[in-house]
Design a protein around this ligand. Structure first.
Ligand SMILES: Cc1ncc(COP(=O)(O)O)c(C=O)c1O
Length: 357
């Protein structure tokens, strides 16, 4: 493909999951001390788990292959078949985990109305039915932080505390899908342990903004993590020399947390530039972290055509369905890249308008 860009480098805004390990991370992986993690002897994985538990202020932590597995292990442990779990309408656990809540744990997600992206304790309360034999019991409340589909926004901390109080009142545990917990921490100025103090279990992904090739940490009480290790094994998620991946995780915790602020700044720069393009629709207030959701259709161009036209400038974006596109900034997107992307977006829209005249 011929690129209308000064360099042939692709600027990849499809997701923060497309990051590639940096040279420093690769060196750390190459040097990793390893052993068999299924029998619990991989020293680097053990170090990552201890370090993560400490960082989160939880008793223990477990390395699992993916965020999906981390969430589903938590759902399995906290619930009993036949129960419902409360989550938002857009929750990853209900929409993108291929109905695993039903398949693995026999529970049904109940989608709590979430007009602002997050749900309140008041809204959650209306979804907890009276304790009658003809109603389901509620096994878990699951919240996402940051919230992906609502724009990468931070779940308000006061609401997390209110949901924990509600959970205590009805004996319902609280799980946080913190795939992008560190984005929430950097954006809110709170420490990860402050954010997760009210929840019983939490997982965070190493493979998103933190930039490792794979891996998620699931944390909670010592008993919870002991059980999680067993469920991970059931799911085929036990692995052997995971120290190579854990070394990438340790490197990311050392080097890639504070820099998330740069991703947030580039996302904001992108959003502000896009907002100046006539017809481009987006909610600037929703841009709190590294994601920008926008709708180019008001510029007279479909999302599919916009993505295709941007690809000619070396910019990759994901097009699924509907009028909204998502662009995500990360480790391998610089401020200069964003200026190129904005320049390309302006050209694409201008060309489209010229053709319509
Ligand atoms: C909010 C959220 N939770 C969980 C996941 C699942 O993570 P994984 O892709 O590692 O299974 C994702 C993935 O994008 C996500 O955005």
């Amino acid at each position: 493909m011929k690129l209308n860009r000064p360099t042939s480098r692709i600027i990849d805004l499809r997701s923060d999951t497309v990051t590639r390990p940096t040279p420093g991370m690769r060196r750390a992986m190459a040097r990793a001390e390893v052993d068999d993690d299924i029998i619990g002897h991989d020293p680097t994985t053990m170090r990552l788990e201890e370090r993560s538990a400490e960082l989160l202020g939880k008793e223990a932590a477990l390395f699992v292959p993916s965020g999906t597995m981390g969430n589903q292990i938590a759902v399995k442990i906290h619930t009993k078949p036949g129960q419902q779990i409360l989550c938002s309408e857009t929750a990853h656990v209900a929409n993108w985990e291929v109905c695993m809540c039903a398949a693995l744990s026999g529970v049904q997600p109940r989608l709590v109305p979430s007009p602002l992206g997050y749900f309140t304790a008041e809204a959650a309360r209306t979804c907890i039915p009276p304790d009658e034999h003809y109603y389901p019991r509620t096994g878990l409340i699951c919240i996402e932080n940051t919230m992906n589909t609502p724009g990468g926004r931070v779940f308000p901390q006061a609401e997390i505390a209110a949901l924990a109080r509600l959970g205590r009142r009805f004996h319902i545990p609280l799980h946080m899908d913190g795939a992008r917990l560190f984005n929430a921490a950097v954006a809110s100025g709170r420490s990860p342990s402050q954010i997760v103090r009210p929840v019983h279990s939490v997982c965070f992904c190493l493979s998103k903004g933190l930039g490792t090739p794979a891996g998620t940490i699931l944390a909670g009480s010592r008993d919870f993590v002991r059980e999680a290790r067993r469920v991970r094994q059931m799911l085929g998620g036990g692995m052997r020399q995971t120290g190579i991946l854990a070394a990438a995780g340790l490197y990311a915790l050392d080097h890639h947390i504070d820099r998330l602020a740069e991703d947030h700044a580039t996302a904001r720069r992108f959003a502000e530039g896009l907002a100046e393009i006539p017809g481009m629709a987006l909610d600037l207030e929703a841009v709190e972290t590294n994601m920008v959701y926008f709708d180019p259709t008001g510029c007279g161009i479909t999302t599919a055509a916009f993505v295709e036209a941007m690809a000619r400038y070396g910019v990759r974006m994901l097009h699924e369905t509907g009028p909204v596109l998502r662009a995500v900034t990360h480790l391998q997107v610089t401020r200069r890249d964003i200026d190129h992307v904005l320049d390309a977006a302006r050209k694409v829209v201008r060309r489209k308008l010229r053709r319509r005249r």
